[in-house]
Design a binder for this molecule. Structure first.
Ligand SMILES: Nc1ncnc2c1ncn2[C@@H]1O[C@H](COP(=O)(O)OP(=O)(O)OP(=O)(O)O)[C@@H](O)[C@H]1O
Ligand SMILES: [Mg+2]
Length: 260
């Protein structure tokens, strides 16, 4: 992989996604650059997974263009897919296969040469070197999460897409995953992730887009979003005392109603 920091890795322009007559993603545009962690935030049903699915080529947009590493996903889907690694919201691998078998299988699918030493390094890297002969179903949720990220990135893709990668992880595993994601950023990958954790978005993401009802309602760095809305009484409740957080801005922009 060879990316200039700041070069464009993903461009989404005027994306619309519909399920039948329901318009789930509405005119969404954003860009992810090399060496950037970009967070998609939004309440349940905002359209985050639908947006990722369109980028991944799992569903066909109604309109709009998506470009991955310079390849239009509609015109050059195979080239675009070769440049992305995908971790889905719920990933499950063949439950009866062992960890080593799964890694070998996916290395084969992605045409990645896997020596015994490289397999060992991968297992060490995700702290599962003692579990290579365990079946996937025998791993804990957090361990499975680590495996799914390693497999998503086994071909060293420039763009890494992760849907709620830290949901269900304990604090240690979450911090470790943050470090792994940050290490990918240092190597020049562009990372697009979704999260419901405002703490995570503030700590890890360089820029975020807040979605609601299919629309992007704000895009910027977490700090700029906080600074922009700090004194806006329409967004931050007047009674709010102390430090203003991204969560205050998020609730202010998207409202307090739980989505049905
Ligand atoms: N296959 C589908 N068929 C019909 N409607 C769908 C389908 N998938 C999603 N939707 C609807 O599209 C909207 C956006 O869903 P999406 O999964 O993109 O939301 P999300 O932002 O990822 O939410 P969450 O935070 O709960 O994961 C929701 O109203 C959802 O009910
Ligand atoms: Mg989702």
């Amino acid at each position: 992989m060879n990316n200039k920091p700041g070069s464009s890795i993903l461009q989404v322009n005027g994306l619309n996604v519909s399920y039948g007559t329901f318009h789930a993603v509405r005119n969404v545009s954003f860009e992810v650059k090399a060496g950037e962690i970009f967070g998609l935030l939004g309440p349940n049903g905002a359209g985050k997974t639908s947006t990722l699915s369109a980028v991944e080529g799992l569903l066909k947009p109604q309109s709009g263009t998506i470009t991955v590493a310079g390849f239009d996903t509609a015109k050059k889907p195979l080239h675009a897919k070769a440049n992305m690694g995908v971790q889905l919201q719920a990933t499950s691998f063949q439950p009866e296969l062992t960890l080593a078998e799964i890694i070998k299988l996916y290395a084969g699918i992605y045409c990645v040469e896997l020596t015994r030493e490289k397999l060992q390094n991968i297992l060490q890297d995700i702290k599962l070197e003692g579990s290579s002969s365990k079946k996937f179903k025998e791993l804990s949720g957090g361990q499975q999460q680590r495996v799914s990220l390693v497999i998503a990135t086994i071909h060293d893709p420039v763009l890494v897409l992760m849907d709620e990668p830290t949901t269900g992880l304990d604090p240690q595993a979450r911090r470790q995953l943050w470090e792994r994601i940050e290490a990918m950023r240092e190597k020049g990958h562009g990372i697009l992730l979704t999260t419901h954790s405002m703490e995570e978005a503030e700590a890890v993401c360089d820029r975020i887009a807040i979605m609601d009802h299919g629309n992007v309602i704000a895009i910027d760095t977490p700090q700029v979003l906080i600074d922009t809305h700090r004194n806006d009484q329409n967004v931050i409740s007047v009674s709010r005392k102390g430090k203003i957080t991204l969560e205050d801005v998020f609730i202010g922009l998207t409202g307090r109603t739980v989505r049905t």
